[in-house]
Unconditional design. Sequence first.
Lengths: 113, 107
Amino acid sequence: DAGITQSPRHKVTETGTPVTLRCHQTENHRYMYWYRQDPGHGLRLIHYSYGVKDTDKGEVSDGYSVSRSKTEDFLLTLESATSSQTSVYFCAIFTGTYEDTQYFGPGTRLTVL
Amino acid sequence: GNSVTQMEGPVTLSEEAFLTINCTYTATGYPSLFWYVQYPGEGLQLLLKATKADDKGSNKGFEATYRKETTSFHLEKGSVQVSDSAVYFCALLDMRFGAGTRLTVKP
């Protein structure tokens, strides 16, 4: 357990509304990631962060923005949610040690109607 | 660019059957390779990994060998249990994942 929590765990919203998902970690790891999981696609990287205020895009970043003002929190925002963004969203941290392992949060199920 | 191709599922086996889930990769160099497991309603957990060619990762009776000749990292288990029912993901160190293979083991 790497002390990763996500909130909310479930959310239903309407098309066009803004949505923010939060990832919180308790162990001060530098690297944090947001993925989405969809049937047939596995996990796809949306954005990642390599430190406070340092973020970069992943392979499916369109329609998403992120912010990291504190080491422990990484926020994912959908500025104007669309039905294609209905998915399960996972946050992950990378320990950056020899173990080279990612640890994942429990996920947020987002439904956009 | 780097990519991972994973055997499509779903896979349904009887308890104590032999399991193989195929994974092949395309990558520059020799990145670390991983298998993750996702149980229902949970996030992914690392199952095993290999960091260089010919390495064998193993955990909980599962094994996978890093084969650079065939660019493969197939997951195997000699005798599956009902509790192994889950979705399995192959991944590269650069955070690229396969599509996942759902395994169901029946008693």
